[in-house]
Design a protein around this ligand. Structure first.
Ligand code: GLU
Length: 488
């Protein structure tokens, strides 16, 4: 078999949404698994809605997801250009070929005439073939030469019968050619329509497999007719099942974040989002849920792609993200929160982050199990980064100001115990545990006030480890300050 060549072909009319990202991932994984080529082609023929900014955003989002491609608009390749607007010459060549073999005809009907015919069919009349289909060649040419506005339509062969679309995921689907209208290939301004350009490009770029969302399934019989008109074999089609919202309905804005960047900004890691999107319709086996790009790239097959729509499950995505936070390691963790640390004012700049790196890396094991989204990380470690800590109002009321619970005594005793002890987690823990006997109190009544005083909140990362990471003077200052508001 010839080398596998697949493409991701976004229209730059918006950002990279997660449905498109999943299509890109599957194409990438298929190319890598088959030792083939993955190509990025930009379908920018809609001049009103396509922008360079969107092209840049799509490329950036794909790179952020960890995808790489072998040919594309910014890297070139043997079958370029990779922007459809730069390929108009090739569409002209294809149209000439179709003119010569009689599989296209110029249509001069005005939009009013077309509307009238549509209305008649809606009212029950039998669909009439386009009258321009039977115009004599000379007459048509004379009208073109006279400058009459026209489009070029596909002349669907009347005896074509059933078009069978073979799909690697959905199996065979049959479409009656008699029900396919003579679609426009080239508009009156000379621009190609999607169904024409896509086939010309897929042929000229030597695509072997077309992997895309199944919203394109209904376009496929039309495209098959164009392949046939041009005299080329059809590639293998593989239409991916839809992604729906958690409620099972078609994914839309109302389901929340739509673009890859929005997920990034919400605090999802690239590895986790990649893994999650990969799971929306594919898994390496019946059990594995966590896998790397390389694992997917070595194991991906179209046979294992599900036929059924997959629903977004935000709990699972969050769980998966946390799994990646737990396995990313301290160095990557600090790198990932660098921007947030600077934005929040805890670090002045990159150099300042490096100066505090030891502390930040030491904080990682204390919080990694609790960081679900990366945006939670900085607020969660904020108590380690400044001398002062803000006391959570609710925690103050519930823990420090409940009369008869001994909060003040616990805090003052903790300060005394920590004043001279060796500053290591074991000795800090021993010193504070010693208070349980001395005060004859339950751990909760001793440790919770200390926790609120030092960490600012009754829910916090592990207490003794947190204390060890802070300077003794800072801890003593926080205890003294909390003692002022605490009741006994
Ligand atoms: N440009 C089309 C889209 O963004 C994709 C076409 C295709 O994959 O055939 O939906």
């Amino acid at each position: 078999m010839s080398e596998v060549r697949v493409r991701f072909a976004p229209s730059p009319t918006g950002k990279l949404h997660i449905g498109g990202a999943r299509t890109a991932i599957y194409n990438w994984a298929f190319a890598r698994a088959m030792g083939g080529k993955f190509i990025l082609r930009i379908e920018d023929t809609d001049p009103e809605r396509s922008t360079q900014e969107n092209i840049d955003l799509i490329i950036r989002a794909m790179r952020w997801l960890g995808l790489d491609w072998d040919e594309g608009p910014e890297i070139g390749g043997a079958y370029g250009p990779y922007l459809q607007t730069k390929r108009f010459d090739t569409y002209k060549v294809a149209l000439e070929k179709m003119k010569e073999n009689g599989s296209t005809y110029p249509c001069f009907c005005t939009s009013e005439e077309l509307a009238q015919r549509r209305e008649a069919v809606q009212k029950g009349a039998d669909p009439e073939p386009d009258p321009c289909r039977c115009l004599a060649h000379d007459e048509a040419q004379a009208r073109i030469d006279a400058g009459e506005s026209h489009v070029w339509r596909l002349k669907v062969p009347q005896d074509r019968g059933i078009i069978t679309v073979h799909d690697a995921i959905h199996g065979d689907s049959e479409f009656d050619a008699a029900l396919q209208d003579d679609m426009v290939l080239v508009r009156s301004d000379g621009s190609p329509t999607y169904n024409f350009a896509v086939v010309c490009d897929d042929v000229n770029m030597k695509m072997t497999h077309i992997i895309r969302g199944d919203d394109h399934l209904s376009n496929t019989p039309r495209q098959v007719l164009v392949y046939e008109a041009l005299g080329y074999p059809t590639p293998v089609f593989a239409h991916l099942p839809m992604i729906c919202g958690p409620d099972g309905k078609k994914l839309s804005k109302r389901h929340g974040a739509a673009s890859v960047e929005e997920y990034r900004d919400m605090g999802y890691l690239s590895d986790a989002l990649f893994n999650y999107l990969a799971l929306l319709g594919w898994a390496p086996d019946g059990e594995t849920t966590i896998f790397s790009r390389d694992e997917m790239a070595s194991k991906f097959t179209l046979e294992r792609v599900s036929k059924n729509p997959s629903a977004l499950d935000y709990d699972k995505l969050e769980w998966l993200n946390n799994q990646y936070v737990q396995s990313m390691g301290a160095v990557a963790f600090v790198d990932a929160i660098k921007g947030d640390l600077i934005d929040a004012g805890y670090c002045a700049d990159d150099a300042d982050v490096e100066a505090k790196r030891d502390l930040l890396e030491a904080a990682y094991p204390l919080v990694c199990e609790r960081v679900k989204l990366m945006v939670d990380a900085v607020p969660m470690i904020a108590y380690l980064l400044a001398d002062e800590v803000e006391l959570d109002e609710k925690s103050v009321q519930k823990v420090l100001q409940k009369e008869g619970k001994g909060a003040k005594t616990a805090i003052l005793e903790a300060a005394a115990a920590l004043e001279n002890c060796e500053w290591k987690v074991e000795t800090i823990e021993a010193a504070l545990r010693g208070l349980l006997e001395k005060l004859d109190a339950k751990p909760r009544l001793v440790f919770q006030p200390i926790r609120v005083a030092v960490c600012g909140n009754m829910v916090s990362p592990p207490l003794f480890e947190s204390i060890e990471l802070l300077d003794r003077s800072v801890v003593l200052k926080r205890l003294a300050k909390a003692a002022e508001v605490a009741l006994d």
